[in-house]
Design a protein around this ligand. Sequence first.
Ligand SMILES: [Zn+2]
Length: 300
Amino acid sequence: MRPLQFGRTTVERIVEVETMWFDPEWLYPNMTNEVLARNADWLGPRLFDATARKIPLSFHSYLIRTPHLNILVDTCNGNHKVRTPKVAWQDRLASDAYLRNLAAAGLRPEDIHIVMCTHLHTDHVGWNTYLKDGRWVPTFPNARYLMAREEYEYFSRLFATRPDYPVAHGSFEDSVLPVVQAGLHELVDMHHVVEGHLDDGVWMEPAPGHTPGHVTIHVKGGGQEAIMSGDIIHHPILLAEPGLQMYADFDAEMGKRTRMRLIERCADTSTLLLSAHFPAPTAGHVCSCGDAFRFKFLSD
Ligand SMILES: [Zn+2]
């Protein structure tokens, strides 16, 4: 994905894991061979490996550069994090790719002013912290870490009631609480404006369902808009198959309503949809197609 331009603001992708392949049923428990077969043509090999019967996810952040701020949206899985067997593929990763790719964009961790997480699941908060001398410390020491108040309070309550249970597979304790203990967090309203104002700048909007305080991050400038949709949609097949259930949704019905609202808002407009998990080239548009929708990637 080339850096995208929104007036004087740019958005680019900082990759942690370019592509990881998953069983479709792991993500969507009610997936069937019929659903895969009727979508195989438009998905193509980039979005569905028919031989291995796997679908791909990417893990990346978005870097928003305004004239004043360097903002990271979502911080992927992180290194050395001990994870539960349910997410064994995240367990104790040890790769320099993420910080190397940030450096290739010309930035050190110290240069990040704001970290925004669409939600507090483990694959969106991992690089919030890193291991230093046996302790988890904030990776971005000069950043304010913005979290929707509803989201933080929900996970905080879980942690308080069951301190022995690995909340969010352990990530609340090793990737969120150390930021709070360092005083770098800021609990914000789900309509929080980071720069400019609503409808022109960088702001959050509520998008609950996948988690109680999930937000989308919006960038608009120079007449162009993008929506960073976090985990509202993990894979483009959902545009054509809205009946697929998402395994990790906190409230499946609410998640579906939020997803359809987002899809209908983007459909047949110039608004770019930037998912947290679509593989390269990642950015693209939603187009209507009969009574369903398709995703059309921007060319590389
Ligand atoms: Zn995710």
